[in-house]
Design a protein around this ligand. Structure first.
Ligand SMILES: [Mn+2]
Length: 339
């Protein structure tokens, strides 16, 4: 089923099997798919018998400060995680997960580009070919799907810890099997992961349904600020809000905690596209976009310096004014509808 050429699989497997050191990277500000795929492959590689195990296996992502998002902090494989500023800079092989371009690797872009072998595992349509070996399936609903096949092709049996990480990637990117892109094979893979005995209910609660009380106040503020623009997106409607750093400050909430707010506001039936403008701790505005299908928000995000998929995309604004972001997105959305 995989559209990935067998020669690419062979190159990746040969490089990993002959490596003395591998560095497995998620993209910056990793989500469940990026970190779950990297840790899943890392745990699989770490589980092979001593005589065949790669001596050095490191998992990282290019952020400093190096903070695992709160909803992913439970994931197994912590012993493989190395902060971006402490990774070994001379790995034989670097494998990236869920990164569509090398600038998504942040601080570790240079380490990846200088590696003897650079393998990119991804599913973004906006993937730009930066890997020497590209294991990219744009039809896959999650990078975790490709990561699972990589583990199979390495001849490694899947165990519960790795399966828990891959399952996290699967439910994150499919919205628990609700989004377009989910297929019968996606459910078959979920079934296979459940066969390893993972606590899928606890995983779902940790990933989606466990927030500090202060989050509810931030959510209330964001919802109170929500705007509906029915005439935007060629009359199909835009719903948007902004979450400022000051909103989070009272409770000391980390930036990544505001991520799920988009999943609340996109429920508005009157809007085809939803947007949350999120101010990070440095004052930059990071923008999340969701589409129900009429508009390709990856076009919008790519035009504004980011990337993503038709239904979910994002970018970091060059302006620090919310009003600038709204007008730039409105214009780009009109172009995305016409095109
Ligand atoms: Mn993904």
């Amino acid at each position: 089923m995989s559209p990935i050429a067998s020669s690419d699989w062979d190159r990746a497997v040969d490089a990993i099997e002959s490596a003395r050191s591998v560095l497995l990277l998620g993209h910056v500000s990793p989500d469940g798919d990026a970190l779950g795929s990297a840790l899943g492959v890392g745990l699989a590689l770490a589980a092979v018998p001593d005589d065949r195990r790669i001596p050095r296996i490191e998992v990282s992502f290019g952020d400093d400060p190096f903070v695992v998002p709160a909803n992913l902090a439970w994931m197994p494989g912590e012993h493989l995680l190395v902060p971006a500023t402490e990774v070994s800079t001379d790995p034989d092989v670097v494998v990236t997960f869920d990164a569509s371009s090398s600038d998504r690797l942040g601080l570790l872009r240079g380490v990846a580009e200088e590696a003897a072998v650079l393998v990119a595992v991804d599913h973004h349509r906006s993937y730009d070919g930066f890997g020497q070996v590209s294991l990219v399936d744009t039809a896959a609903p999650a990078t975790a799907v490709v990561a699972r096949e990589l583990i199979s092709r390495l001849g490694i049996e899947l165990e519960a810890d790795a399966a828990a990480c891959l399952y996290t990637g699967l439910i994150t990117d499919t919205g628990s099997f609700r989004y377009t892109g989910t297929t019968s094979q996606t459910h078959a893979l979920a079934g296979e992961l459940l066969e390893t005995g993972i606590a899928f209910d606890e995983i779902a609660r940790a990933v989606f349904d466990a927030v500090p009380f202060g989050y509810l106040g931030v959510l209330g503020t964001a919802l109170g600020r929500c705007q509906l623009e029915p005439e935007a997106v060629a009359g199909c409607g835009l719903v948007w809000t902004a979450v400022l750093a000051a909103d989070r400050a009272a409770d000391g909430l980390p930036f990544d905690l505001v991520e799920p707010i988009i999943d609340v506001i996109r429920k508005a039936s009157e809007a085809e596209v939803a947007m949350v403008i999120k101010e990070d701790d440095l004052g930059d505005l990071r923008v999340s976009l969701r589409s129900k299908g009429v508009a390709d928000v990856s076009q919008v995000a790519t035009a504004l310096g980011g990337g993503g998929h038709r239904y979910a995309a994002g970018f970091t604004s060059t302006s620090r004014e919310v009003a600038d972001v709204v007008s730039a997105v409105r214009s780009a959305l009109d172009a995305a509808i016409d095109g």
